[in-house]
Design a protein around this ligand. Structure first.
Ligand SMILES: Nc1ncnc2c1ncn2[C@@H]1O[C@H](COP(=O)(O)OP(=O)(O)OP(=O)(O)O)[C@@H](O)[C@H]1O
Ligand SMILES: [Mg+2]
Length: 453
């Protein structure tokens, strides 16, 4: 039931409004002047105030200001006599929802009341959604590593400097990028994310910079790119190391000059965009291999943030677990916990998928497992495949690589090992490996192996 406060010095008006509104199903409180009214607001939950503008002692406008200051979420409808409509208009400027003129038209009283309460409800909903989002955006972790990360976030957020976030899969790179944006002066402007790995090479330029009509087959209309969409705000280039070299060249110019042309266009477009990037690749290595432009790296990596893996900050596990358990608990139920034995396993586990893996594991266990305190057995079961696949620890090094990359990495390691074993004697090593010396020579060149004599 919505609750309404009527502040009016005329008893007859108080009575008649109270009757109508109670008939409509609202609970009504009454006050004869502003002081009394404000006192009621301090002690009672009220969603709407009907406020006479012409009051003894403290004038209606002052009461309104006080309400908007102290209880900003409460809506106020002002009641004015014909003689002081000016005051009522002024009241709306200060934040009143609308005004009623005396003599009161009862239909209008009811309609305005409904509308004002509707607005109040929407505002409340909005507020709840926002706080939920905030909850989703929390960054958990109190270890030294995370303190450092949080410190850099705080320091860099308000400047426009470019930040490059690195870290393994699922360590929270995107979360950090969003956090930086939310803490920056650009927080009310767009946050636009581009996953560079997910866009085919031939489309990435048009995705980033847009295209003119007819720029290529299929470009049937002008399209704005992400740089334009992010104007005034933040552009987050995720998986930035996966961008083609030609796209990198264009990005470099856009970053340097804050201007670019749409694909197939000649007009220069100026924007004001803050650039954040993330990658799980080792960019210096990519530069070495010729896959990433060094000049672009220096432009983007003004402030580096390196996220620790979960294994490196395993002390944060308990806090992370209660945070996610709280999130995943069914409505009205108590939050599940993990037994001591279960925790021991989780502490020992390697967490190759980091926080994302932890989150998925906990979600699974919340749905699948009936126990309130999750036993050691259940933890083993639901972590199951993961633990087993970890029995081949040698595999860990190759896990995040493409087959070709893994093969190359393995081949290089094997060659280095046998070369060393055989005192860097080429023909002997070739024999052990079962290949021709010429073949070994070319591999040594390919893999850039240093021969120590
Ligand atoms: N410190 C943290 N506290 C709470 N939740 C976190 C934290 N770090 C990451 N998460 C959550 O873990 C999940 C993975 O994080 P995110 O997507 O930011 O990782 P990522 O590094 O971008 O991963 P990928 O490399 O796979 O893109 C998200 O659901 C995120 O909200
Ligand atoms: Mg990510």
């Amino acid at each position: 039931m919505n609750s309404i406060l009527i502040i009016d010095d005329e008893p007859s008006i108080r009575t008649i409004l109270a009757e109508i509104l109670e008939d409509e199903g609202y609970s009504v409180h009454l006050a004869g002047d502003g002081f009394e009214g404000l006192h009621i607001l301090k002690t009672t939950k009220v969603e709407l105030v009907l406020l006479d503008i012409w009051l003894p002692r403290m004038g209606g406008i002052d009461v309104l200001k006080e309400i908007k200051n102290e209880f900003s979420e409460i809506e106020v409808i002002v009641i004015s006599g014909h003689a002081n409509v000016d005051l009522a208009v002024n009241a709306i400027k200060i934040g009143a929802f609308d005004f009623l003129e005396k003599p009161l038209d009862m239909d209008r009283v009811i309609n305005l009341t409904r509308n004002a309460l509707k607005l109040e409800e929407l505002k409340q909903e909005n507020k709840n959604l926002k706080s939920q989002l905030m909850l989703e955006d929390r960054m958990i972790g109190t270890t030294e590593e995370m303190d450092k990360v949080n410190q850099i976030i705080e320091q860099s957020a308000s400047s426009d400097s470019r930040v490059m976030i690195t870290g393994e899969n699922g360590t929270g790179k995107e979360l950090v990028a969003r956090k930086i944006h939310l803490k920056s002066n650009r927080k009310n402007k767009p946050f636009i994310e581009v996953n560079c790995a997910a866009i085919p090479d031939n489309l990435i330029e048009s995705e980033l910079f847009g295209h003119e009509k007819g720029a290529f087959t299929g470009a049937s209309a002008i399209r704005k790119g992400k740089f334009e969409a992010a104007d005034g705000g933040t552009l987050f280039l995720d998986e930035v190391a996966d961008m083609s070299l030609s796209a990198q060249a264009k990005v470099l110019r856009a970053v340097q000059e804050m201007q670019f042309e749409r694909v197939g266009g000649e007009k220069s477009i100026h924007v004001d965009v803050r650039i954040l990037t993330a990658t799980n690749k080792n960019i210096p290595e990519e530069i070495e291999k010729g896959n990433f432009r060094e000049d672009l790296f220096f432009r983007l990596n003004v402030i580096p943030i390196q996220l620790p893996s979960l294994k490196e900050r395993v002390e944060d596990l308990p806090e992370l677990i209660s945070y996610f358990m709280e999130k995943f608990k069914k409505e009205g139920t108590e939050r599940k916990t993990i037994s001591k034995g279960g925790m021991k396993i989780l502490f020992k586990y390697s967490w190759p998928g980091n926080i994302r893996e932890l989150k998925n594991f906990l979600e699974r266990i919340n749905i699948m497992c009936d126990e309130q305190i999750i036993s050691e057995e259940s933890v083993t079961t639901y972590l199951g495949e993961k633990i087993n696949s970890n029995e081949n620890p040698g595999l860990n090094e190759y896990k995040n690589l493409k087959l070709n990359e893994a093969k190359d990495k393995f081949e290089r390691e094997l060659l280095v090992y046998y070369l060393k074993e055989n005192g860097y004697n080429i023909s002997k090593t070739a024999q052990v490996l079962g290949i021709y010396p010429s073949n070994l020579h070319s591999k040594i060149k390919k893999f850039d192996i240093v021969i120590k004599k």
